[in-house]
Design a protein around this ligand. Structure first.
Ligand code: HAM
Length: 417
């Protein structure tokens, strides 16, 4: 039998219902904050990711699904969405005009990582990007949105980690200091030896315990922030504190992508083990220019949906649609049930019936399996009297309802289970 590829999985009911609830809540929150949706291709030119995420990053060196198409063009399944959002913004001139431009996008990303709990090769992100403004108020607003959304999703214990990566000048000064620090270190792993020369910031991504231990005394970016970047970061923190947000400044938080400048952040959740980052983001003020666009400061984040769902409550509190099952016995009753079912659906009530002439008992257990709230029972007697039996499954209560008025009455029923 053919099975799904390693690291890629099927999301089936009832789990898929939770995904829908999560996404519905995300869409509501984005609307409250003035974001609009963009839907982007899953395939892009490889160069887009190589240039934006950075040639020395793990994502670009080890994790991309890259292949040549029939015209020998190198294409890559997107490992993240920020580069694509910016590509689309620049391609369609959406950056023009004053003020902040706010976009969100949902969908699958692809990274060839070693699969484990909370880590997949096809995974899903809720992505938020705000472009055109460098004000620290926007950083605070984006972080508040993220926390608001996570709160509405009822994420329990979480921690917000923040840092500032400064601008490109601050980073140049920091990289020089880091290179000096790494100079005398002989037992760095092969990757870090290469990173030390090509892109020293990336040594912080190294998973080798030896390299990590060595980095304990490494210089920190905060000591290299110029006055503007330091003031920007201080203001972001001041705003967050003003809103009562508990944050932890993490001087070694550099994030795994090269495009970040100034504010960078992650949210980690309890109960996830090693892969505990449920969201990450930051500013990427230089990325537009690196892709050949105009100066366009921007900030955003992505939530890892697969991981987040593992620590959310089973029921995300979205109202479930009322479901009615029409249990019919006999040809005339079945025909009536079919037309009632269509009427109910037109009125926004989910309705089902049996097409296989099963017994009442079998139909009742089918209704139960489908998570039905009410069963309408229709037999010869009900057809004669014009009164159907309506059973509320949660309580077992049964009452009569006039067939002619059933669709109207159903709009007053409640979807409790
Ligand atoms: P990222 O930190 O690479 O950032 O990914 C964001 C989140 O996606 C992670 O915190 C994690 O929850 C989830 N994630 C990443 N890889 C996997 C995986 N293999 N399996 C399951 N979940 C995963 C970005 O992608 C940036 N584009 C975020 C951003 C938006 N920065 C600015 N705007």
């Amino acid at each position: 039998m053919i099975k799904a590829i390693r690291g890629m999985r099927d999301i089936l009911p009832p789990e898929a219902d939770r995904w829908q609830q999560m996404e519905a809540i995300a869409r509501q929150v984005f609307e409250l904050y003035g974001y609009r949706e963009v839907r982007l291709p899953l395939l892009e030119r490889t160069e887009l990711f190589a240039r934006s995420i950075g040639a020395e990053t793990d994502i670009v060196t080890k994790e991309m699904y890259t292949f040549y198409d029939r015209h020998d063009e190198s294409l890559t399944l997107r490992p993240e969405a920020t580069a694509s959002v910016l590509r689309a913004v620049l391609e369609h001139g959406l950056e023009k005009g004053a003020g902040v431009k706010k976009y969100y996008t949902l969908g699958p990303m692809f990274r060839y990582e070693r699969p484990q709990k909370g880590r997949y090769r096809q995974f899903y992100q809720i992505n938020c990007e705000a472009l055109g403004v460098d004000a620290p108020e926007l950083d605070a607003e984006v972080i508040l949105l993220l926390l608001d959304l996570l709160g509405r999703l009822q994420l329990g214990e979480m921690r917000l980690l923040v840092n500032s990566l400064g601008c490109r000048q601050c980073q140049a000064s920091f990289k020089a200091a880091l290179q000096d620090f790494l100079e005398g270190k002989s037992r760095l792993c092969d990757d870090c030896r290469r990173r030390r020369i090509a892109n020293p910031l990336r040594v912080f991504d190294c998973k080798s315990p030896h390299c990590q231990a060595m980095l304990q005394d490494a210089p920190v970016l905060q000591d290299h922030l110029d006055p503007e970047c330091a003031a920007h970061f201080a203001r972001v923190l001041e705003l967050l504190a003003g809103f009562g947000v508990a944050y932890e400044v993490r001087p070694r938080l550099v994030r795994g992508l090269d495009y970040y400048t100034r504010t960078a952040f992650e949210v980690v959740a309890a109960g996830l083990g090693a892969q505990d980052a449920v969201a990450g983001g930051g500013r990427y003020n230089g990325l537009s220019q690196e892709l050949g666009g105009p100066e366009l400061p921007a900030i955003g984040f992505a939530i890892g949906q697969d991981r987040l769902l593992e620590v959310l409550p089973q029921d995300l509190g979205q109202r479930t649609a009322l479901k009615v099952f029409l249990a019919a016995l006999g040809d005339a009753a079945r025909e009536k049930a079919f037309s009632l079912m269509q009427e109910l659906r037109k009125q926004g009530v989910a309705a089902e019936m049996d097409f296989e002439g099963r017994s009442l008992k079998a139909q009742m257990s089918m209704a139960d399996r489908l998570g039905t709230n009410y069963v309408v029972i229709l037999g010869d007697r009900e057809m004669e009297t014009g009164q159907a039996q309506v059973r509320r499954l949660a309580t077992g209560e049964q009452e009569q309802a006039p067939l002619d008025n059933l669709v109207y009455l159903a709009s007053g029923w409640v979807a409790e289970k």
